[in-house]
Design a protein around this ligand. Structure first.
Ligand code: HEM
Length: 538
């Protein structure tokens, strides 16, 4: 017989988390003693010194003094919402995940964010946007921690501290606060040219979303789906907004940052409040799980490359509707902890070296940000599935665990139920073949092409979109102090497209260099934002 699973609080764990922190009609101390006055400290006479014995004063101020927790090291500024994901069943042929079952409804919490700005920065800056979704599935939490741009700056997570150091404000002046940090940013991407593709998306209108409700979302990495028989398929996840993809113009973004720095946060809140619920379709591009993990010459483990939708159409597998605003920003939007390693049976990762570093990084940072190892007990992070882990004690432990044997199997707490049928419904690791090779600090040769998809993206834009890109590079590079940085980035632009380079060089008053590398030309796709007649679906 299975022991009754305990949630972290010991309450029946299938219930959604509720927290009623404030109860009763009277003001009390933190230990529940009713107060008669919270406006005056205890003094020796009305004009005399305050006495140390005033415990209420000390407790009240002590707690206030510790209200702040560290902001996220990246994606510090965000806005969250509750909703529901309903699967259409199309993915059941490739994944056994319960969340993909036909008509299965799964509660979700979504957090949209900017990447580089601090918690108080403006919403409408030119930046990548985070698009993180926590699915509270019946098989445990699945987090799809994506962005609104389908590629990333680096191919290996070991460079993540470097690219973020380059993007955050300069260490000496702490400027600029919330957008491409000019000298250091362009220094980085012109030296680590794998970043050129992501930078091009940032310089396009995609860097200035009109609304969180009008952004695509991308899982970026290639994931591995596992079907009921153990068969595997590689896939990339896409969120498609029913409102279509729309951007602000540069001028609108500047004005909004001044008159309403909360522009996106307000828009999301007001839309949900008024019943105009934002809707996205979730789709997948699927690829055969071949030993080389490559599709049409594109290395699927390289997160700086996308797979054009003309080559691998996005197949819709369900719909997400956001229907509820958070009740408390801190408890929900600030304390939510996403993790790329939160996977459920039927959805697995791949050996993308960026994904592997992320799997380490999120847990590590949350240990500090949320002060200890028990952050999955925080209501917003609690699974809606039974939790029966062997984790015990630690900072902020709020569960009262029963039993005497926190290990499995054991013969003391109700026998050894975990021997029989243990694999049924469990996350079973897929036995993926790994080629025998020597340990090396190196990239595969397929990672060397940094320009062809960047060129493809630029050339697939309409003339007005290209004009915006030229203006964006000219403005951002115009803020650089270092001539050498501007010149090195112009060299990269020359490798991408001679005309783009010439226009930006003219804007900067510098000569346009000739291309320095041979870039393989790939077939031109129509603008990704403008697939004719295919979007929105109705
Ligand atoms: C936070 C996306 C790469 C480290 C986030 C968030 C998103 C995101 C959406 C915000 C989560 C939230 O709203 O709470 C991505 C994407 C990546 C990527 C799409 C590449 C494809 C990386 C890499 C690392 C990293 C390579 C480190 C090696 C972090 C950290 C946080 C974060 C430390 C803060 C998490 C927290 O404090 O809870 N990322 N990220 N990310 N990311 Fe990434």
């Amino acid at each position: 017989e299975q022991p009754t699973p305990l949630s972290p609080t010991g309450a029946p764990s299938a219930d959604p988390p509720t927290a009623s922190a404030q109860q009763g009609a009277y003001l009390t101390t933190a230990t529940g003693v009713r107060l008669h006055d919270t406006d005056h400290s205890l003094k020796v006479g009305a004009r005399g010194p305050t006495v140390l014995a005033d415990h209420h004063l000390r407790e009240k101020i002590m707690h206030f003094d510790h209200e702040r927790i560290p902001e996220r090291v990246v994606h510090a500024r965000g806005a969250g919402a509750h909703g529901v994901f309903v699967a259409n069943g199309a993915a059941t042929s490739v994944s056994r995940a319960a969340v993909f079952g036909k008509d299965v409804e799964t509660p979700v919490f979504v957090r949209f964010s900017t990447v580089l700005g601090s918690r108080g920065s403006a919403d409408t800056v030119r930046d990548t946007r985070g698009f993180a979704v926590k699915f509270y599935s019946s098989e445990g939490n699945w987090d799809l921690v994506g962005n609104n741009i389908p590629v990333f700056f680096i191919q290996d997570g070991i460079k993540f501290p470097d690219v973020i150091h380059a993007g955050k404000p300069h260490p000496d002046r702490e400027i600029p606060q919330a957008q491409s940090a000019h000298d250091t940013f362009w220094d980085f991407v012109s030296l680590h040219t794998e970043g050129q593709h992501h930078a091009m998306w940032n310089m396009s209108d995609r860097g200035l979303p009109r609304s969180y409700r009008m952004m695509e979302g991308f899982g970026v990495h290639t994931f591995r789906l596992v079907d009921a028989e153990g068969g595997t398929t590689l896939c990339k996840f896409h969120w498609k907004p029913r409102l279509g993809v729309h951007s602000l113009t540069w001028e609108e973004a500047q004005l909004a940052a001044g008159v309403d720095p909360d522009f996106h946060r307000r828009d999301l809140h007001d839309a949900i409040e008024s019943g105009a619920y934002p809707v996205w379709d979730l789709g997948i591009q699927t690829f055969a799980d071949t030993p080389d993990q490559t599709f049409e010459g594109i290395d699927l483990l390289d997160p700086t490359k996308l797979v054009p939708e003309e080559l691998a159409p996005v197949q819709l597998i369900g719909t997400m509707t956001l229907t509820g605003n958070p009740t408390n920003y801190f408890a929900e939007t600030e304390q939510v902890a996403f993790h790329t390693g939160h996977l459920v049976p039927g959805i697995d990762g791949t050996d993308d070296p960026l994904l592997m570093a992320r799997n380490f990084s999120y847990l590590d940072t949350q240990l500090t940000r949320l002060a200890g190892p028990n952050f999955n007990q925080i209501p917003i992070n609690r699974p809606h599935a039974p939790v029966n882990d062997m984790h015990r004690d630690g900072y902020h432990q709020s569960a009262v665990h029963g039993g005497v044997a926190p290990y499995k199997p054991n013969t003391l707490d109700g026998g050894c139920p975990f021997f029989a049928g243990m694999d049924e419904g469990a996350f079973v690791d897929v036995p993926v073949q790994v080629p025998a090779a020597s340990k090396v600090r190196a990239n595969p040769a397929s990672y060397d092409d940094h320009y062809s998809q960047t060129r493809q993206f630029y050339r697939s834009m309409t003339p007005v979109e290209q004009e915006h890109i030229v203006l964006a590079y000219t403005f951002e590079l115009g803020k650089c102090y270092e001539q050498a940085v501007k010149e090195r980035q112009l060299q990269c632009l020359a490798n991408i497209d001679a005309d783009l380079c010439a226009q930006v060089a003219t804007g900067l008053g510098l000569p346009a260099p000739a291309a320095s590398v041979e870039v393989p030309d790939v077939e031109l796709s129509p603008a990704l934002s403008q697939l004719p007649g295919e979007w929105p679906p109705d």
